[in-house]
Design a protein around this ligand. Structure first.
Ligand code: ATP
Ligand code: PMV
Length: 437
C-alpha cells in the first residue's frame, strides 16, 4: 500500500484576473490535505477499481475493459472523470483489482455532526453523518485536492513517477486539470488544481483552448497531456515569521454568480474595466515583490518585531522620526499593497454589482487594521461572504486571537486551524492513514 496527499489553497491575490492568461496570481498552499491510499489486491476481480471515502460513507466501483471505463452503482463526477482521464492516458491491459481510500482533513468541510478519529495519534479525521454532496464545504478546494491526489496515486500504481521531477508533476497537473474541468463542466482558471499539484505558486493559467473538446481517448489525451501548456507555476512561500490566518465568516457565496457579473461588466465596459484590471494587477504584483523584498531585508527581524507591536492604523499615524525607521522599506510597501488590492476589488465589486468585498467584510478587515501584528488582509479568491485571509506576524498570533475574542465585531469569525504548507502533492507514510479499527 502507498499513500499520497495534496494540499488545499487560498488565492491571496489575483481573483478574477487569473481567469485571463495575461495576469498572474498568488496562491498559497495550505496545511489541510486530501489523502489517498492505494493498493492492488491479487484476490479481487481483475480490471476493477474500488474507491471509498469512509468519512462520508462513500463507495464507488469501476471496471475497465477494452478501453472503456464503466461506473457501477453510485456516481461521483470528480472520481469518475479522474479515472477516465488516467485510464485513457495509461490504457492498461489486464490489472489486479485496485483499492483506493480517500481521506480528507477536517478543515475542508463544516465540522457539525461529526465523530473524530485519529490515526497514529497524529492525523485527525472527522466522520460525517451525511453524504459528501450534502456536507457544506469551506472553499479550500476539496475537489481539486481529490482529483490531484487520485491522479497521482493511480499513475504511481501503474508506472514509476517521481514527485521531484518537473516533467512528472506536469503530467499529473495536466491530467488532473482535464479531469477537474470535465467534472465541473466549466473551465475556471485552474489555480486550485495547480496549487494542489505544485504547492504555493505564482500562477498564470493555461490557454483554455488547450483542453477544449479533449476526449478521454488514448491518442488524443496523450497528445494533449504531453504538450507544453505554456502556463506558469513558479514555486514560492511566505517569508518565515509571517503566518497566514484564515477566518471562516460562515456566510457563503456563489462563485459562479460573482464571476459572471464581473465578466459581464468587463464585456460591457472594456475600457473602464481594463483600468481596474491594470491597477489591481500592479497591486497584486507589488504584494508578491514586496513580500520577497521584506524577507531579504537586512533588518527583517526588527521589522517584524516592530509590526508585532503596532497596528496598520497606528503605523499610519506615526511621526516622521519613527517612520524613518521604516521609510522606503518593504514592510510599508506590503501594507500599502494590501490596501491597494482591497481598493481595486471594492471598485470592481461596485462597478460590476458583484459583492466582492461586501460592507460586512470591509468592516471586519478594517477592524483588523487596528490589531498589532496584522500586516494586511483580503477577501480571498472570488471574495464574498466566505472568509477573510490575513497575513500576520507569527510571534503575535496568540495576542491577535485574544484581541479578536474580546471584540464583538469578530463574533461571526472562526479562525481556522491551518498554516501555509508550501509543498504540493507528495508521498506520505502509509501509517498516517491507518486506523486501529
Ligand atoms: N473527501 C471526499 N470524498 C469524496 N468526494 C469528495 C471529497 N471531497 C470532495 N469530493 C467531491 O468534490 C465535490 C465538491 O467539489 P467542489 O468543487 O464543489 O468544492 P470545493 O472544491 O471544496 O470548493 P471550492 O472550489 O469552492 O474551493 C463533492 O461533491 C465530491 O463530489
Ligand atoms: C474568481 C476566481 O478567479 C477565483 C475563485 O476562487 P475561490 O473559488 O473563491 O477560492 C475564479 C477562478 O480563478 O477560477
Amino acid at each position: 500500500m502507498r499513500a499520497f496527499s495534496a494540499p488545499s489553497k487560498a488565492l491571496l491575490a489575483g481573483g478574477y484576473l487569473v481567469l485571463d492568461a495575461n495576469y498572474s496570481s498568488f496562491v498559497i498552499a495550505l496545511s489541510p490535505r486530501m489523502g489517498a491510499t492505494i493498493n492492488s489486491n491479487p484476490n479481487g476481480p481483475t480490471n476493477t477499481i474500488f474507491v471509498q471515502s469512509p468519512q462520508f460513507k462513500g463507495k464507488w466501483s469501476y471496471t475497465y475493459k477494452d478501453g472503456v471505463l464503466s461506473s457501477l452503482g453510485k456516481r461521483n463526477p470528480f472520481i469518475e472523470s479522474t479515472m477516465e482521464a488516467v485510464f485513457a492516458f495509461l490504457s492498461p491491459s489486464t490489472f489486479h483489482c485496485i483499492n483506493i481510500t480517500i481521506y480528507s482533513d477536517p478543515e475542508y468541510h463544516s465540522q457539525e455532526n461529526t465523530i473524530t478519529r485519529f490515526s497514529n495519534n497524529r492525523r485527525k479525521f472527522l466522520f460525517h453523518e451525511k453524504d459528501i454532496s450534502k456536507v457544506p464545504k469551506t472553499g479550500l478546494g476539496s475537489s481539486a485536492g481529490l482529483v490531484t491526489v487520485l491522479t497521482t496515486a493511480l499513475l504511481a500504481d501503474f508506472s514509476k513517477i517521481d514527485l521531484e521531477s518537473k516533467t512528472d508533476l506536469r503530467t499529473i497537473h495536466n491530467l488532473a486539470q482535464i479531469a477537474h474541468c470535465k467534472a465541473q463542466g466549466k473551465i475556471g482558471s485552474g489555480f486550485d488544481v495547480a496549487s494542489a499539484t505544485f504547492g504555493s505558486i505564482v500562477y498564470r493559467r493555461f490557454d483554455p483552448m488547450q483542453i477544449d473538446g479533449v476526449a478521454f481517448e488514448q491518442r488524443q489525451i496523450k497528445d494533449v497531456v504531453l504538450q507544453d501548456w505554456k502556463m506558469v507555476a513558479e514555486k514560492c512561500a511566505l517569508p518565515e515569521g509571517i503566518k497566514l490566518l484564515m477566518g471562516d465568516v460562515m456566510g457563503g457565496s456563489e462563485t459562479p454568480k460573482l464571476v459572471s457579473k464581473v465578466l459581464q461588466w468587463r464585456r460591457d465596459r472594456p475600457e473602464e474595466s481594463l483600468g481596474v484590471w491594470k491597477k489591481l494587477d500592479e497591486a497584486n504584483m507589488s504584494l508578491i515583490e514586496n513580500l520577497n523584498e521584506l524577507a531579504i531585508s537586512s533588518n527583517y527581524t526588527d521589522l517584524l518585531h516592530f509590526m508585532s507591536l503596532h497596528s496598520v492604523n497606528s503605523i499610519a499615524k506615526l511621526d516622521h522620526t519613527s517612520k524613518d525607521f521604516l521609510k522606503s522599506k518593504p514592510l510599508l510597501n506590503v501594507i500599502s499593497s494590501f490596501q491597494h488590492i482591497r481598493k481595486q476589488l471594492r471598485i470592481m465589486g461596485e462597478k460590476s454589482g458583484a459583492d466582492i468585498e461586501p460592507r460586512s467584510q470591509t468592516e471586519l478587515l478594517n477592524e483588523c487594521s487596528d490589531i498589532p501584528g496584522v500586516i494586511g488582509g483580503v477577501v480571498p479568491g472570488a471574495g464574498g461572504f466566505d472568509a477573510i485571509c490575513l497575513l500576520v506576524v507569527r510571534s503575535a498570533i496568540d495576542d491577535i486571537i485574544q484581541t479578536t475574542k474580546k471584540n464583538p465585531a469578530f463574533d461571526s469569525v472562526t479562525w481556522l486551524d491551518l498554516e501555509e504548507e508550501s509543498e504540493g502533492v507528495q508521498e506520505e507514510n502509509v501509517q498516517s492513514y491507518l486506523f486501529a479499527e
